[in-house]
Design a protein around this ligand. Structure first.
Ligand SMILES: [Zn+2]
Length: 394
């Protein structure tokens, strides 16, 4: 089939259009309409579908199937012949035009400066990326691409489209990643004056100055190639704005200037690690002292409760106590901000059986636990009925 020249291709700056319903249908329960002409771009070539309104209906997706453009709407499709005003979500579309034209320019410059081919393009809601057929990219090369693009933006080069015969592609230098299956008829070419020609069905800016800027963000390796992340147009300022807000917050939190933020953050993390290690050492010494005190008491059961103590130190106190006094058994509980814990442990010469009384204690504390032989430990839902747990020991 031949490619029909819809209004969104004839004039990508057209934001609304009087139109009427040619055909209606449904796909997987989603109603759609086909119009006699449209300003809505259907998803394709890396560029997402447009959004907007058809009269009162919201257009939630636009897809091209067998040459027909299906406008999926958020309500029952109107009858065939209904006419209304198609209204484009222009700020979303203009953003897509900035990103897509930015991609053409970026691809052309990467090829011109370093001979890298672009093998795919993805226009994300926040960030765009292209895949380049090079295993690695240096920061200096990214800087050079960015500077070159900046020059082209300032040169205010015209971006235009025209239609050519498909055979023309084979004999020209026009970039093309192959025509879509079933394509017949003329092929649309996007031309950045004096710099690049590319077969493309997308919507584009009319001049490089409307790109405002292109900022390369970073790369990652992928299947022998390199994925390059970037943003163009208004997204550059939006991103800078978010960076500034984040930096301001970090400056307040860390009490440092922008340039010092990474070093100050590194220092704070190191200090925190040291403090944690010191806390662990103190906790161990404290557990040792607590076990010392418990081991001097009389059995057969010794019990104690510890506030602001976790399951780890609690187990350590229990084990150390019965090591020091093998004729004792201990029942210990503790609580910290994460929950409540209990432990039962017996020394070698103690005759009580933690594994037998453990489940009774767990039940009294509405908790769960486990263990075999000399130790039984677990978590408690609450320590309110600690007295009942104590009663279960005897
Ligand atoms: Zn394109």
């Amino acid at each position: 089939m031949t490619q029909r020249l819809y209004s969104y291709l004839k004039d990508p700056y057209l934001t609304h259009l009087p139109t009427w319903v040619l055909e209606i249908g449904e796909l997987d329960g989603r109603p759609f309409v086909i119009l006699n002409d449209t300003v809505f771009y259907p998803e394709g070539g890396g560029q997402p579908a447009d959004r907007g309104r058809l009269g009162e209906l919201r257009v939630v997706d636009v897809q091209k199937t067998d040459g027909h453009i299906r406008h999926f709407v958020d309500g029952p499709a109107p009858t065939v012949g209904t006419s209304f005003r198609a209204e484009l979500d222009w700020s979303r579309r203009f953003d897509h035009m900035q990103q897509h034209s930015g991609q053409h320019l970026l691809t052309a410059v990467a090829d011109r400066l370093f001979g890298w081919n672009t093998t795919s393009f993805h226009l994300g809601p926040e960030v765009c990326d292209i895949e380049l057929d090079t295993p690695s990219v240096e920061q200096e090369q990214l800087d050079e691409i960015e500077r070159f693009i900046g020059d082209v933006v300032r040169e205010d080069r015209a971006i235009s489209s025209r239609q050519v015969e498909p055979e023309f592609l084979e004999t020209s230098n026009i970039r093309s990643r192959g025509l879509p299956p079933g394509h017949r008829g003329l092929v649309r070419i996007i031309d950045i004056n004096g710099l690049d020609e590319c077969a493309c069905g997308g919507t584009h800016l009319r001049s490089t100055c409307e790109l405002e800027a292109v900022k390369l963000l970073g790369t990652e390796s992928i299947r022998g190639g390199t994925r390059l992340f970037w943003v163009a147009g208004r997204r550059v300022l939006d991103r800078l704005h978010r960076h500034e807000l984040r930096n301001r917050r970090l400056r307040e939190l860390l009490g440092a200037a922008d340039e010092e933020l990474p070093e100050v953050a590194e220092l704070k993390i190191e200090q925190q690690k040291q403090a944690r290690r010191r806390l662990q050492r103190l906790e161990q010494r404290w557990a040792q002292a607590a076990a010392e005190a418990l081991s001097s008491r009389q059995g057969p059961w010794v019990e104690a409760h510890f506030e602001e103590t976790g399951a780890g130190p609690l187990g350590q106190i229990a084990r150390t106590t019965v090591e020091k006094s093998p004729d004792l058994a201990v029942f210990l509980t503790a609580e910290d901000e994460k929950g409540a814990y209990f432990v039962l442990a017996k020394g070698e010469q103690s005759e009580v059986e933690p594994a037998q009384v453990g489940p009774l204690v767990a039940k009294a504390l509405d908790g769960r636990g486990g263990g075999k032989g000399a130790i039984f430990q677990g978590r408690a839902s609450s320590l309110e009925r600690r007295d009942q747990a104590l009663a279960a020991l005897s």
